[in-house]
Design a protein around this ligand. Structure first.
Ligand SMILES: C[S@@+](CC[C@H](N)C(=O)[O-])C[C@H]1O[C@@H](n2cnc3c(N)ncnc32)[C@H](O)[C@@H]1O
Length: 419
C-alpha cells in the first residue's frame, strides 16, 4: 500500500476510536474486519499508532496544535508506530519540516498533565498514595505496551516443555519472575497457529491474573465457584489447579462473555467446568449453593485502570461517577458470593484496578460487616503456592501488583477464610 494511503487509513481509524464511545480494541477489530486486505505489518502499524495516540493523547493534542491539516493526521504522524522511512514517504515537505521541529522540542518543562497523560481525577489519588517518585514511574510504565504473558497448562505440559516448543518455533520466551507457570514473550508474535496454543498447552494470561488463581489454591475434588468468570481466563487456571476433578462453576451475567469461554475450554482439555449465565448476584442458582462451596473467586467488574498498558482508552472512558457505581456493585457481589462458602472455605476478592476505592475500601468494609471471615496474609498463601519473592507482591496482607514494580497489570486481591 502507498504510505499516504496507510496514513489516511490511520486517520480514519483514529477518528472512530477517538469518539471514545466504544472500547478501542473492538473498534480496531471492526475496522480490520472491514479492511480484510490489510497485511500483518499494516495492521500492526495502524493498531499500535492508535494505541500510542490514546496513551499520550493530551501531549500529542498539545503538540499537534502547531501543524496544519486534519488533527487526526497530525496525531497519527506524531505517534506513528510503523516504519520511519515509510512514514516519510507519506509526508509533504511542510509536514516533514513541522515533524522535525516538534521532535526537537524540549518536553521536560511541560505541565505535569502533559507528561503523565492521565486525567486529573485519576492522577490525584495515585500521586497521593504513591508519592512523587513512584507516581512518575507508574505513569511512565502505564504508557508503554505490555509484554505477552502465557500461562502453561500444567494438565498438558510442563513449563520447560512449553519453553522448548516456543524455542523450536523461533519465539524467544522466558519464565515469569513470580508465577511458577508463566512465560513472558517480548513483542507480539502470532501464536494462534502454533500447535502449543491450538492444542491447549498454553493460554495468553497476564502474570498478575495467574497469581490471582494461585491465591484461591483450588484443590482436587473440591466445589469451586468463579463468580465473575467472563471469558474464563481464571476459570481455566482454576480448573487445571483442580487437576480436572471436582466441580467448577463459571458464573457470569454476560452470556456473550461465557460463550467466548467455550473454545478455550475445548482447547484446555478440562471437563470439570460448568459455565452458567446468571441474571444478577442474587440469582436463585447462587442461593441454592449457599454454604456448599469450598472456594469462591470474585474477579469483580471494575474500572480496569490497572490494564492501561493494554487498554489506554479506559483512562478517557472511565469517570469518577462510573467508579462510584462500580463500588456498589462490587460490595453487593462480594456479599452474595460470601454466602456460598462452607465453614473453612476460602474467598478471594480481586480487581484489575489501581484505586483504593475499588480495592482496600471494599475489602475493609466487607471485613467489618463479616466478622466470620478471617483475612489471610496473601504473602503466606502465595509462598505456599511456590511463588518466588511473594512478600514483594503484598501490602498490608493484600496482593498489590503495580506495572512499574512488578511488570504485570495492576491488580488487587484480598483472601479470607470462613470460620
Ligand atoms: C473482571 S471481569 C472477569 C474476567 C474473568 N474472570 C477473566 O479472568 O477473564 C468481570 C466480569 O464480571 C461480570 N459481572 C458483572 N456483574 C456481575 C454480577 N452481578 N454477577 C456476576 N458477574 C458479573 C462481567 O460480565 C465480567 O465478565
Amino acid at each position: 500500500m502507498h504510505p499516504n494511503a496507510l496514513l489516511e487509513m490511520s486517520c480514519e481509524l483514529l477518528r472512530a476510536v477517538l469518539k471514545l464511545d466504544a472500547p478501542a480494541d473492538s473498534v480496531v477489530s471492526a475496522f480490520f474486519r472491514q479492511h480484510k486486505g490489510l497485511g500483518q505489518r499494516e495492521r500492526h502499524a495502524l493498531a499500535e499508532t492508535t494505541y500510542a495516540v490514546l496513551r499520550r493523547r493530551p501531549l500529542l493534542q498539545h503538540l499537534a496544535q502547531s501543524g496544519r491539516g486534519p488533527t487526526e493526521r497530525r496525531l497519527a504522524i506524531l505517534a506513528w508506530q510503523g516504519n520511519d522511512t515509510f512514514l516519510r514517504g507519506a509526508l509533504t515537505p511542510p509536514e516533514q519540516e513541522w515533524l522535525a521541529q516538534v521532535q526537537a522540542l524540549d518536553q521536560t518543562g511541560l505541565p505535569p498533565k502533559l507528561r503523565h497523560n492521565l486525567p486529573e481525577w485519576l492522577a490525584a489519588p495515585l500521586l497521593e498514595r504513591l508519592g512523587e517518585e513512584q507516581f512518575w514511574l507508574l505513569a511512565a510504565s502505564m504508557n508503554e505496551p505490555a509484554p505477552l504473558d502465557l500461562r502453561v497448562n500444567t494438565l498438558k505440559n510442563k513449563r520447560e516443555e512449553a519453553l522448548a516448543a516456543l524455542a523450536a518455533a523461533n519465539i524467544a520466551a522466558e519464565p515469569t519472575p513470580f508465577s511458577p507457570m508463566g512465560l513472558r514473550i517480548p513483542g507480539k508474535p502470532a501464536l494462534n497457529k502454533l500447535e502449543l496454543f491450538t492444542g491447549g498447552g498454553v493460554e495468553v494470561q497476564d502474570e498478575g491474573s495467574q497469581l490471582l488463581a494461585l491465591l484461591l489454591d483450588a484443590k482436587r475434588s473440591e466445589m469451586v465457584v468463579d463468580f465473575c468468570a467472563g471469558a474464563g481466563g481464571k476459570t481455566l487456571a482454576l480448573g487445571a489447579s483442580m487437576r480436572n476433578t471436582g466441580r467448577l462453576y463459571a458464573f457470569d451475567v454476560s452470556g456473550h462473555r461465557l460463550a467466548a469461554l467455550k473454545p478455550r475450554l475445548a482447547r484446555s482439555g478440562l471437563s470439570n467446568v460448568y459455565p452458567t449465565q446468571i441474571a444478577h448476584e442474587r440469582d436463585d442458582r447462587i442461593k441454592r449453593l449457599a454454604g456448599k462451596i469450598d472456594r469462591v473467586l470474585v474477579d469483580a467488574p471494575c474500572s480496569g485502570l490497572g490494564t492501561l498498558r493494554r487498554n489506554p482508552d479506559l483512562k478517557w472512558r472511565q469517570t469518577p461517577q462510573a467508579i462510584a457505581e462500580l463500588q456498589v456493585k462490587q460490595a453487593a457481589i462480594l456479599a452474595s458470593a460470601a454466602r456460598m462458602l462452607k465453614p473453612g472455605g476460602r474467598l478471594v476478592y480481586a480487581t484489575c484496578s489501581l484505586l483504593d476505592a475499588e480495592n482496600e475500601q471494599i475489602a475493609q468494609a466487607f471485613e467489618s460487616a463479616h466478622p466470620q471471615f478471617t483475612k489471610l496474609d496473601a504473602a503466606e498463601v502465595l509462598g505456599k503456592a511456590h511463588v518466588a519473592q511473594a512478600e514483594k507482591l503484598v501490602e498490608k496482607g493484600y496482593l498489590r501488583l503495580w506495572p512499574h514494580q512488578h511488570q504485570t497489570d495492576g491488580f488487587f486481591a484480598a483472601v479470607w477464610e470462613k470460620r
